[in-house]
Design a protein around this ligand. Structure first.
Ligand code: G3P
Ligand code: MG
Length: 234
C-alpha cells in the first residue's frame, strides 16, 4: 500500500506549503497530494480552501486576488510562528520541487465553473513539463475530469467519489478512463475494493492518520492512502 503525503507532511507543517512538501520528501514520501486553485489573474496556486479564512484569518476569496496580492499572505503562522515565512506556492513551484522525486497527486478543487480555464492551464503545465507519467489529476468536480481527459488522452485521472452513487461513479470512471477511485475512510469497504480491482481500478483512501486504520485498509487490499504523517508508511 502506497502512502501519499496529504497536503504534504501536513501533520508536521502547515498544509500545502513548500515547508510541508520539503518535509514530505525528506521523510521519504513516494507520493505527495496537493490542491489547486486559480487567482484572478490566472495563476495556478496550491492551497486547500477557496478562501483564506482558515489559513490566514482573512475572508478574501482566492479567485478575487491577484497572484501578487496572494503571494504576500502568511499561510504558516496559523500552525506555528516558526512557519511565518510560508506563502501560498504556485503550482510551478511545487513541480520544481517534487517532479522527479515523487509522484504528484494534483487535486483540482473546482473546475471551470469557478475558475475559468483552470483545466487547460493544468494540462498545459503538465504537458510542458512532460510530467504525465508522474502525475495523477483528481477532482470531486467530475466535469473537470471529463475536460482533462478530452484535452489529453495521456492524462492519469483519479475520481474523487464525493456524494456520487456508485453506479454513476463506475460508469463515469469507465468513460473518462480513470485509474483510481479515491474515497474517504468512511466510504471504503471490501466490496468496493473488490469491484474496483475487477474493473482494473486502484482504490485510494483519504485521510487515515492512525496506524491501526492503515493496517486495516492494507488488509482490505486498498492500494494507497492519503495520510498527513509520512512516518506511518507501512
Ligand atoms: O485527494 C484526497 C483528499 O485530499 C480529498 O479531500 O478535502 O483533503 O482535499 P481534501
Ligand atoms: Mg485534497
Amino acid at each position: 500500500m502506497r502512502l501519499i503525503a496529504h497536503r504534504g507532511a501536513s501533520g508536521h507543517a502547515p498544509e500545502n506549503t513548500m515547508a510541508a512538501f520539503r518535509l514530505a520528501l525528506e521523510m521519504g514520501a513516494q507520493a505527495v497530494e496537493f490542491d489547486v486553485h486559480q487567482t484572478k489573474d490566472h495563476e495556478l496556486v496550491v492551497l486547500h480552501d477557496v478562501d483564506l479564512k482558515r489559513v490566514a484569518g482573512r475572508k478574501a476569496q482566492v479567485r478575487d486576488l491577484t497572484w501578487k496580492e496572494l503571494s504576500q499572505v502568511d499561510v504558516g503562522s496559523w500552525r506555528d510562528r516558526a512557519f511565518a515565512a510560508e506563502r501560498v506556492p504556485r503550482l510551478s513551484d511545487v513541480y520544481d520541487l517534487i517532479q522527479g522525486k515523487a509522484e504528484l497527486h494534483l487535486e483540482i478543487k473546482k473546475g471551470t465553473s469557478l475558475y475559468p480555464g483552470i483545466e487547460e492551464r493544468v494540462v498545459d503545465l503538465i504537458q510542458k513539463r512532460k510530467a504525465w507519467a508522474a502525475t495523477v489529476v483528481s477532482s470531486f468536480d467530475h466535469a473537470a475530469l471529463y475536460l482533462v481527459r478530452w484535452l489529453d488522452a495521456r492524462a492519469r485521472l483519479g475520481y474523487l467519489l464525493g456524494l456520487t452513487p456508485m453506479r454513476t461513479a463506475y460508469r463515469e470512471m469507465a468513460e473518462i478512463k480513470a485509474e483510481s477511485l479515491n474515497l474517504s475512510v468512511r466510504q471504503v469497504d471490501a466490496g468496493k475494493v473488490r469491484a474496483c480491482h475487477e474493473k482494473g481500478l486502484k482504490v485510494l483512501v483519504y485521510t487515515p492518520n492512525e496506524r491501526k486504520t492503515l493496517d486495516r485498509l492494507d488488509k482490505m487490499g486498498v492500494d494507497g492512502v492519503f495520510c498527513n504523517f509520512p512516518e506511518l508508511m507501512p
